[in-house]
Ligand binder design. Structure first.
Ligand code: 5GP
Length: 192
């Protein structure tokens, strides 16, 4: 998506060769007009898939998922990064290794909000090693929900998570795919 690539080139900041900061428009301060265009693009790609729910993980995924949900007119559910225990057995839980913080955390979704009747579009801001997405896929499997697709804003291709998911047959769409980045330059793969 040219609009997103141009914005990353203009306002993205590379840290430590593998972390891209986009907090001036995507995950801290939000350019809602850009997010709306992202949502529109995901709708264009997945509109015929019978999506009943958009699922993401807090916090950065929520705004993107919400502006995607508007176009599909379906509920948005975000997995919580939980500290509380699953005493009542009323939540689905999966363990995720955080790329940005270098530690494990649990993600949970209440059983009330996801079931085998759901056909899900998974959304996130970044795809790196794919651990966050694995957690969401695990939760969908526990719920018996079917996964129609995965929509990512920025995939860092060189970290391999995307290739792994594609080779397993998931319909993964990344709107900007970075092949290489340095402090001075960000390279994108050819748009499909
Ligand atoms: P993965 O689980 O695929 O390794 O990493 C994806 C998650 O880590 C995303 O939910 C995102 O919040 C965070 N993340 C991964 N890489 C980056 C990055 O370069 N910049 C930012 N801001 N977040 C990232």
């Amino acid at each position: 998506m040219k609009l997103l690539e141009d914005r990353i080139r203009k306002d993205g900041l590379v840290r430590d060769t593998d972390v891209l900061k986009v907090d001036s428009f995507l995950n801290h301060q939000l350019d809602v007009s850009l997010l709306n265009s992202i949502g529109e693009e995901f709708y264009r790609i997945y509109k015929d898939e019978g999506i009943t729910k958009i699922v993401t993980v807090e916090a950065s995924g929520i705004a993107i998922a919400s502006l995607t949900g508007i176009h599909f007119n379906v509920p948005v559910v975000f997995a919580k990064k939980a500290k509380s225990k699953n005493i009542e057995g009323d939540v689905y839980t999966s363990k995720v290794h955080s790329f940005t913080y270098g530690r494990d955390y649990d993600v949970t979704i209440s059983k009330k909000f996801l079931s085998e009747k759901d056909r899900v579009l998974l959304i996130d801001d970044f795809l790196a090693n794919g651990k966050a997405m694995r957690g969401l896929l695990d939760i969908c499997e526990q719920a018996g929900a079917s996964v129609a697709g995965i929509g990512i804003c920025i995939e860092k291709e060189f970290q391999g998570g995307g290739d792994e998911l594609r080779s397993q047959g998931y319909h993964l769409t990344s709107l900007a795919r970075i092949t290489k980045m340095t402090e001075n330059e960000i390279e994108f793969s050819e748009r499909e």
